[in-house]
Structures are given as structure tokens and as C-alpha cells.
Write a protein that binds this ligand. Structure first.
Ligand code: AMP
Ligand code: ZN
Length: 474
């Protein structure tokens, strides 16, 4: 029996799908104006674990993720600059080019992290008509009003607005009185459709019953989930930052329009904590997967690092923790390749005719993953199992590869080259030359040498007492 923590009820609930044996699931995807940072990737990773667990339990899952390629506004408000148009301006590209470039970069991260892609990626710009239709529906039902810059949702009309986040609306209203000067009737009201600025042509704008403009951010998820999964579906995921605004507004839109409950289980992952300022693309202080790879970690090292924490717990990122993950994974893969070798020729692929002990481990594993995705516990089962002298090598190999259907660490692949090889002499010489340049404070030269080293497939990491050299796995 699978249990999931539902943000709606603030409790762990037994998962029951709407339609027997089938699950319809939606996740808020990336906003494609920049690379994903490793915090964003933690969220997509947790959603992947949930998807794998649902499938492991035998559910037939239809999984949809949106791509936000229409710019919403900096700081998630209804005012300020458009993130997509800003990024395009800075890079001298069109918004469409920016969206395509970062969508591809995101998909590449997904592949490298061995995240199962959704059955369908829905791009906001492909669903403009559905978004307009939903705003029309809300307008007909009396939930909207017009201001100088757009069509807004009147949140006071929706009973129970804020139920997901348990918002203290009165407190919010009072607290915000000072800066609360816009034409909004309530502090929580939000834009459904924004008018294009007069005398300025946006790169992304569409005709609508309210004039030329573009959709507000929240409407895309309501419209696309409805189009692809129906008005009532099973699971909606994302990270905790979306609870008070984005998902609160999605519920208000979807449920006001359809008149029924939209989602049964709201599942939210906690953030990755970078220790200093909140990692944000707008602040530009973020770490990407490529940066980790350039420093000599593999994408699987990062996946292993993420598996060490429960998805509902804040996780602090550090390079020390990444080092520990790297050696943990190397150790694990070493043990698994040994049992695979030892069991060569034997059937390791299933649990039929295996011992009681084998079945106990399989059950313990299933219980851990089904207990609201308890991956640290599931990993502890893996280690216990590998140490158990009462299991045969074939049983161990069979269990390890079965568990890896959830972990997704590619444990059947041989230990990577970069975990074994010596540093070539040519690279060592370049590293020495770079150290010399640094000593002479010739940073231009030292950077050039670093690039040469990178071109040859190695990353170097400056440490307190020297440099660490690692083969880059691309
Ligand atoms: P965005 O591209 O900004 O729409 O974000 C993509 C996803 O990353 C969303 O589900 C966010 O909730 C999530 N997210 C943003 N910051 C973090 C973080 N530091 N840790 C984990 N997830 C995050
Ligand atoms: Zn969304």
C-alpha cells in the first residue's frame, strides 16, 4: 500500500487512484529562460522517484509536465519585467530562440540524471486558446474583473481560497496595506490575462476577447492539465515554493471553472539549500549540473547525493557532501559489479524461487519506498542486503538491479572510467604549468590552460592544499 503526504490534508494518506490501476499525474515544469539550477533538478528528481514508484507498484501512469515558455514576471508577481523577454534582450536572441535553447538544455539534464521524461511535455505557447477559454469560463461565472493592465481573478469570490496553503488572508491584507496601491481588489487577486503595453510590441502576444496580450502565469497549468488529464486527476507535484501562490491559484481557477475538486493529492518536495542566499536564476548565483560535471562529479553522483535525503526534508548542498556521495556510489557500484561477476550465468532477474530472506528484503524495500518515498531507508535496505552472508551472489545481484528500478543509478553499468583512470602525463604537465602561472599571478594564462585541460576531457578543482583533477563525464 502506497502512502503519500498530501499537502491538502497535511497528513500521510493511503493512495487511491480515481480510476483503478491508472494514475494521472501533472508536474509544474521549468521556466525556460535560463539553465536549471541543481535545486530545480532536485524537484524533477523527486518527481521521477514518485513516477518510478507508481510504476513499480503496477500503475499505468499518464504523466504530463509543462514547459513555461511564456514569460511571467520577475519575482512571481504581476508586475515588473518579463523573465523571457529580459533574457532574450540580454542575449540578443528572440524569445522563441531562448525558449528552444533552454528547453533543450533542460531535456539534456533530464537525460543525464536518468530522469524518466513525462509522457507529454506541454508548452504554454501551444495552449493559448485553452487558456483564453478558461479565462472566458471564469468571466462567465463572475470571477473576474478588469483593471488598467489586465483581467484579474477576484479571490474573494472563491470560497476556501487559500485552503491548500492555509493562508491567513486577513493578516496578508492588513500587512500589505501600505504598498497595496494597485487596482487589485484583494491582495491575493492575480492576473489571468495581461494587456500588452501600449506603444510597445511584445515578442510574445496574442489576440484575445480582451485585446492583444498574454496569459498570466497560473492559468497555463490549469488549462493544460485540464486539456491533457481532465478536470479531476490524481496527483499534482512541484516544490514547496508553489504552495502559497501558484498552486493556490491553480485550484481557484480550475475548481471555479469546473465546479469540482481538481486534484486529489498535492505532493510537494522541499528545497535544496545552498547555504547562502536563496539560489535563484534572477540573482544569477546558481549552480548547474554542468558545473558539477566540470568539477569532476558525474550526474549519477548528484543523483546518489539526492537519494540520501527524504524529499520532504531540506537538503543542504556542499562539495564535501558531493565527495561523500561520489565515494559512496563508487563503493556501491564496486560491490554490485562483484556480485554480478560472481553470479555469472545464473538467473538474477527475478524473485521467483528465491529464499525467504530474499523475499524479506524485497518486502522491506517495498515498504520503505511506499512509505511516502522514504529513499534513505530504501538505500539502507540495499546496504544491509549486500552485507548479508545468507544471500547468494545471484540473489544480491537480482535484488540490487530490482531496487535500481527506483534509484535509477545505472548500477548495472560498469564503474566509470573516471573513477579508475590515472591522470595522463600530458594533463599533469598542463596542471603544473597552470600552477606556475597562478603563482606568477598570470590569471589570463592560468584560465587558458584550464580551458585546454577541459578540452582534453579533464576538470580541475582548486582546493586549499592543491588541485583535484578528474575526468569529465559528459
Ligand atoms: P522554475 O523553472 O523557476 O519554474 O522552477 C522549476 C522547479 O524548481 C519548480 O517546481 C520550483 O518549485 C522548483 N524549485 C525552485 N527552487 C528550488 C530549490 N532551491 N530546490 C528545489 N526546487 C526548487
Ligand atoms: Zn504549475
Amino acid at each position: 500500500m502506497l502512502k503519500l503526504y498530501n499537502t491538502l490534508s497535511r497528513t500521510k494518506e493511503e493512495f487511491k487512484p480515481i480510476e483503478e490501476g491508472k494514475v494521472r499525474m501533472y508536474s509544474c515544469g521549468p521556466t525556460v529562460y535560463h539553465y536549471m539550477h541543481i535545486g530545480n533538478l532536485r524537484t524533477f528528481f523527486f518527481e521521477d522517484i514518485l513516477l518510478r514508484i507508481l510504476r513499480y507498484n503496477g500503475y499505468d501512469v499518464k504523466y504530463v509536465m509543462n514547459i513555461t515558455d511564456v514569460g511571467h514576471l520577475v519575482a512571481d508577481s504581476d508586475e515588473g519585467d518579463d523573465k523571457m523577454e529580459e533574457s532574450a534582450k540580454q542575449q540578443g536572441k528572440t524569445v522563441w530562440e531562448v525558449a528552444e535553447y533552454y528547453t533543450n538544455a533542460f531535456k539534456n539534464d533530464v537525460i543525464r540524471l536518468n530522469i524518466f521524461p513525462p509522457d507529454l511535455y506541454t508548452k504554454a505557447t501551444d495552449y493559448i486558446q485553452q487558456q483564453i477559454d478558461m479565462v472566458k469560463c471564469l468571466e462567465e461565472k463572475g470571477y473576474t474583473y478588469k483593471t488598467g493592465d489586465g483581467i484579474y481573478y477576484d479571490t474573494s469570490k472563491f470560497p476556501d481560497y487559500g485552503k491548500l496553503a492555509r493562508l491567513d488572508i486577513k493578516g496578508l491584507q492588513e500587512g500589505a496595506r501600505v504598498e497595496y496601491s494597485s487596482e487589485k481588489k484583494n491582495i491575493t487577486d492575480f492576473a489571468l490575462w495581461k494587456f500588452s503595453p501600449k506603444n510597445e510590441q511584445r515578442q510574445m502576444e496574442w489576440e484575445s476577447p480582451w485585446g492583444m496580450g498574454f496569459p498570466g502565469w497560473h492559468i497555463e497549468c490549469s488549462a493544460m492539465s485540464k486539456a491533457e488529464l481532465g478536470t479531476h486527476f490524481d496527483i499534482h507535484c512541484s516544490a514547496v515554493d508553489h504552495i502559497p501562490i501558484h498552486h493556490t491559484n491553480e485550484i481557484a481557477q480550475s475548481e471555479a471553472c469546473s465546479g469540482e475538486k481538481s486534484v486529489n493529492y498535492w505532493v510537494h518536495g522541499e528545497h535544496l539549500d545552498m547555504g547562502n542566499d536563496k539560489m535563484s536564476k534572477s540573482l544569477g548565483n546558481f549552480v548547474t549540473l554542468q558545473m558539477l560535471i566540470d568539477k569532476g562529479y558525474s550526474a549519477m553522483d548528484y543523483r546518489y547525493f539526492l537519494l540520501m535525503a527524504h524529499y520532504k526534508k531540506k537538503l543542504k548542498f556542499s562539495f564535501e557532501a558531493m565527495d561523500a556521495a561520489k565515494s559512496g556510489l563508487k563503493n556501491l557500484k564496486g560491490k554490485i559489479s562483484k556480485v554480478i561477476q560472481e553470479s555469472a550465468g545464473q538467473n538474477i532477474n527475478n524473485g521467483i524461487n528465491n529464499s525467504e530472506n530474499f523475499k524479506n528484503y524485497k518486502n522491506r524495500f517495498l515498504q520503505s519506498i511506499n512509505d511516502d518515498l522514504n529513499m534513505p531507508e530504501a538505500m539502507a535496505v540495499m546496504w544491509d542486503m549486500l552485507k548479508d552472508e545468507n544471500l547468494t551472489a545471484a540473489e544480491k545481484a537480482g535484488l540490487a538491479l530490482d531496487f535500481d528500478k527506483i534509484f535509477g543509478l545505472k548500477l548495472d553499468e560498469p564503474v566509470q572510467e573516471n573513477e579508475l583512470t590515472e591522470i595522463p602525463k600530458e594533463i599533469q604537465e598542463l596542471v603544473n604549468k597552470r600552477a606556475e602561472a597562478k603563482k606568477n599571478k598570470d590569471f589570463k594564462l592560468s584560465d587558458e590552460i584550464r580551458d585546454q585541460i577541459k578540452e582534453k576531457g579533464f576538470g580541475i578543482l582548486d582546493k586549499k592544499d592543491g588541485v583535484e583533477i578528474k575526468k569529465i563525464s559528459l
